[in-house]
Design a binder for this molecule. Structure first.
Ligand SMILES: Cc1ncc(COP(=O)(O)O)c(C=O)c1O
Length: 411
């Protein structure tokens, strides 16, 4: 087995070739200072917008280089993925004129299946979990003489992801910290190889969901371990076990790993959209979530780069995230109280709410509430409000009129 240092040097060399390939087929995505997030964190925050990359994520970088490397000895390519790797490989195969088969678990969302097909790939729906889809993909590779394209644990994939690090080095003159999301670890490995080789003093921070802390637990164990994963908004980071190569590289080059909660991820997606006009998926917002939640220590006064790694968020998920975000920032409130069960009461409550320019979204009038005083009914009203202060005024007005209500967090 080669030493980790040799592995890193080898991947760095490959990344110099990967640059030439990737820049021919992929966008050079913009990087910019965000005044809002700088103000919120006390750092100078740079965002690298890979959500604007072709196919909506950085994943085409590794896929392009890997497919380029196998194209002369394979009849086609095959991959297993329900996410951004699927679209990355489909796009890369099309770029080099090779057929592609993508095996997705049967639970894959229709939008992802359609997006992958739109790049010309054949989609095979197979298995309920990723491992079954991967076994099927490897079988197809053997049968058809196609090359299997791994999602992260491969020197060429990592070298392709490293091109993102090279672009940051060229585009930002001077920076102190880079924050990267951790799925299987291909992106973090590649970005840190490119950056540390040229600027060893830069600190690299990896971010993973608290619900899937595979790197945190693997580093503690001293080897890659499989974690029991709970669901996460950051589905791109929901890999249960780090790769063998990526584990070694991350252990060597990533200085610190932090975890973020689902609320912190949701809040970052919401703020990116509301303040930055940027649409990020959960994995894509993880770096900013780590910065804004204060999980990345010592950012004050420093130049900090956050990778916005992808923007492919399911619209039903986005809807839920936005409602949660609006609720957290006090723009949606849930008011709860008991009112006499008499005609006209609901109208009086609604009139008071309406007088504050608050819009009623939902009303639940519940006579079966066992905690209600005799001849009263429970009332739960979800309202759009201009601000938290206005909610307080609504509650005061309701109280003045004899209605005892409180604001509850319904999420
Ligand atoms: C948007 C996005 N960000 C980050 C990652 C994590 O990348 P890696 O698995 O290389 O750690 C993924 C992986 O699919 C992703 O889709």
């Amino acid at each position: 087995m080669t030493s980790t240092r040799e592995l890193i040097d080898d991947i760095y060399e490959r990344s110099l070739e990967a640059r030439k390939i990737v820049q021919r087929y992929a966008h050079r995505t913009p990087v910019d200072i965000s005044a809002t997030f700088s103000r919120m964190s006390g750092a100078t925050v740079y965002l690298k917008y890979e959500n604007l990359q072709k196919t909506g994520s950085f994943k085409i970088r590794g896929a392009l280089y890997k497919v380029y490397k196998v194209k002369d000895r394979a009849r086609g390519v095959v991959a297993a993925s329900a996410g951004n790797h699927a679209q990355g490989v489909a796009f890369a195969a099309k770029s080099f004129g090779l057929p592609a088969v993508i095996v997705m678990p049967v639970s894959a969302s229709i939008s992802k299946v359609e997006a992958t097909k739109s790049y010309g790939a054949e989609v095979v729906l197979y298995g309920t979990i990723y491992d079954e889809a991967e076994a099927k993909a490897r079988e197809i590779a053997r049968e058809r003489g196609y090359a299997f394209i791994p999602a992260f644990d491969d020197p060429d994939i990592i070298a392709g992801q490293a091109t993102l690090g090279h672009e940051i080095l060229e585009d930002i003159e001077d920076f102190d910290i880079v924050v990267v999301p951790l799925g299987g670890g291909g992106l973090a490995s590649g970005a840190s190889i490119a950056i540390k080789k040229n600027r060893p003093g830069v600190k690299i921070v990896g971010v993973e969901p608290a619900n899937v802390p595979k790197f945190t637990l693997s580093l503690k164990a001293g080897h890659p371990v499989k974690v029991k994963a709970q669901s996460t908004i950051a589905d791109g980071l929901a890999v249960k076990r780090p790769g063998e190569l990526t584990f070694r590289i991350v252990r060597e080059l990533v200085d610190e790993i932090v975890t973020v909660t689902e609320d912190e991820l949701a809040q970052a997606i919401y703020l990116l959209l509301e303040r930055g006009k940027v649409l990020a998926e959960g994995a894509g917002a993880a770096s900013l979530a780590a910065i804004l939640s204060g999980k990345v220590r010592g950012v004050q006064g420093k130049k900090v780069v956050a990778l916005i790694s992808g923007g492919n968020i399911d619209l039903t998920m986005l809807n839920r995230v936005l409602i949660r975000g609006l609720s957290f920032s006090g723009r949606i409130a849930t008011l709860f109280g008991y009112v006499p069960d008499k005609p006209g009461m609901l109208a009086r409550v609604a009139a008071i709410i309406g007088s504050h320019r608050a819009n009623i979204l939902e009303v639940l009038h519940d006579r079966s509430d066992v905690h209600a005083p005799p001849w009263h009914t429970a009332l739960r009203v979800i309202v759009e409000v201009p601000s938290r202060e206005e909610t307080k005024k609504i509650l005061e007005d309701l109280r003045r009129e004899g209605f005892e209500f409180r604001a509850i967090n319904s999420f």
